[in-house]
Design a protein around this ligand. Sequence first.
Ligand code: RAM
Length: 868
Amino acid sequence: MTIRITSCKTEYMTNPLGLDCLQPRLFWQLESDSPGASQSAYHIQVATSPEGLAQGEADMWDSGEVRSDASTHLPYDGAPLQSETSYYWRVRVWDEAGQPTAWSDIAFWSMGLLSRGEWKAKWIGRAAEPGLEMQPSPYFRKAFVLNKAVRRAVAYVTALGVYELHLNGERIGDWFAPGWTDYNVRVQVQAVELTDKLRAGENALGAIVGDGWYAGTVGFLGDKVYGERPFILLQMTVEYEDGTKERILTDASWKTSRGPILYSDMIKGEAYDAREELTGWDLPGYDDEAWELPDVRAGYNGLLVAAVEPPIRITKTMRPISMERTAAGTYIYDMGQNMVGWTELKVQGERGTQVTLSHAEMLNTDGTLYLDNLRLAVQQEHYTLKGEGVERFEPHFTFHGFRYVELIGYPGEPDLETITGKVVHSDTPVAGQLETSDPLVNRLYANITWGQRGNFLSVPTDCPQRDERLGWTGDAQIFARTAAYNMDVSRFFTKYVQDMVDCQQPSGAFTDVAPDAGWIRHKNWNTRLNWFAPDNSGWGDAGVIIPWTLYLMYGDVRVLAANYVAMVKWVEYLKHTTDDLVRPGYANYADWLSIGADTPNEVLATAYFAYSTKLLAQIADVLGKTEDAQTYRTLFDGIAAAFRRAFVDGDGRIYGDTQTVYVLALQFGLLTESQRDQAVHRLVADIRGRGYRLSTGFLGVGYLLPALTDHGCLDVAYSLLTQEAFPSWMYSIKHGATTIWERWDGWTEENGFQTPSMNSFNHYSLGSVGEWMFRYMAGIEADPAAPGFKHALIKPKPGGRLTSVKASYASLYGTLQVAWQLTGEGDFRLEVEVPPNTTATIHMPDAEGTVHTVSSGSYVFESASMLH
Ligand code: RAM
């Protein structure tokens, strides 16, 4: 048998730069054509020189042969790592028969600046222009000469604001870097490889800096939430072939100027005057005599940390599917998909002509753009032509949620080539694929993934269009598992957990949004006090649920250990805000946006208290904190008993009597056996009573289909899934939805649009049914006893009108695939692919309850005795 080692990664990334963790974790995958391939031992070598390593010189770490089947999260355990140094590593393994493989290809990582003292660069900005409400985005430049041959050049860059980096006429790097954190606490630093972009002789580094989250508008909180105006910090180390080093860094010797970007704000759009362009500003030889000296900022008290979040990128371009001329002489384009990002404009015309691009999610009945739901957001760009032939424009520091684009003031006749849609989001690689025999279900799945694409931008945001776009913790927790099936969110959510911990209140309360956008400090806070608050049930619980999800899906123990104290503080806080273990209120959003059913706050608050406590006990177990585990298990039992005493009647009726109360009580394990039967009965009766329709909001919806399926009502789960009458998932699809809506009744035949004050058409929360699709419909389930799909549970649940489902999930070990099909008279055929170094237990959905335990390989199972 031959095993090949592939996909060597460090901290979930391929050859990452600028890390600051002192024990980076190493990952690899095995590839083999033979079934049952697995690892019985590994041997890792780490060195400072790739040539040396190839000769077996492991000057940093040689693990020797370690008998273990672990091939993920292996922490580096060698000599201390140094700043700005690259480390090369390789691994070989022994297979199950004790045969060693060849060494893997050499992978590497590099360390960033590990101590504050190594930062010699200064924060630079540009003084505000008097009398302007919105400031132009400043340009910065620095020319420098390199006289010797360069071996390596890496720049460490960050901003209080968002930056665009340029070198020698080229834009380099990603969008909206350094990402959103609570800048009072920390800012992320990107390490950018520039070696091949430098030239002998004169070079020019440049940057454009936008207000971003730091100084621009954040949600409905106004602007300048963190600071008055943006600053940039850059430090590049150039290492010459002769071993000497030189630093280029931001300081008082840089130059700055205003440029063509009159303003660019996340929420307010951009105005760009091409007549003001600084042609050649990022090239060597440019005359910056007229530029100003920068404003050097005294310092920054927050932490400078290596970026954890994945970069934000343009991941797709979209062509419009149609263009209509309006009576007013403007043009409305349909992109065919509710998307997030911006449009690129191609235009030719007279100097000084102004063209406006306006973006909206929906159209009014008269065909005009539906802008009401944007609240104070302005999804518009204003572009002024320089009049020098064909001009192309795309905005810099703003993004929009839209399907329709109105082109206003276009000189001449536009066509479908005039604009191009750019889809922009945190580049979390796609992990899941799902296809069924039912086109509507497929569309639903596509809508769920588009909701994720549209709202995972540095943090999981609630919506991409109106003046909100905040990191609502409740939305994030209910969707986290779905998100993890769809895309690799390991680092994305690790960063978000950090955001939550950064704004955890001294009381222990986790907040409703993270990063903190000044809930408590901000001037608008008072008007909303008593409603937006830290600690709302189902929101703050994200601080426990998301780390647990990362553990389940990736087997990441470090995220549990790093945040354990914060999780304990949360649960202790919950405990101290109860009355005999019942939480009296603390669920201000209730079962947010439920439809025709009001779940009492105290039921939700107590149920979620129990759930966080239960997860904490499991987490304590994982971390070997047996005593804590026992304490929290006992606490959980106490809460469950209190829940039953306070809310469950003798006949099994739970206070509120909504679908959500039953679903949560069942899924969180709060009921006795007989109460469980009664709860299922009542839940199903309620669903039937509504004509097989749901009433759940954000908190209930994710557990609804799982609760039904776990309790013998798969048929009911399927009828809800494919229900087309209002309210349902398919209702929106039947009315053209290409994303998940914020509200079940965002638009209805009867009432048209819901209240414009809160009506997003791109909101992933109600899309948390994606989790059920993977875990139940396809049957790809993680095993908490061997997380990260080291051992997978395959439990497909055919039902409803579906005749086939095909799904795959790219786990850390490789791709797991499940494809089932109903053939002929209900015969069931299941194809499963299990990646090397993992095992799976396959539960056939047949009358006998057949179970197969398999190791890696491809399998086909058939059964003629299907359960119905
Ligand atoms: C609205 C959004 C958001 C939700 C909060 C409570 O702002 O719907 O998703 O979490 O309310």
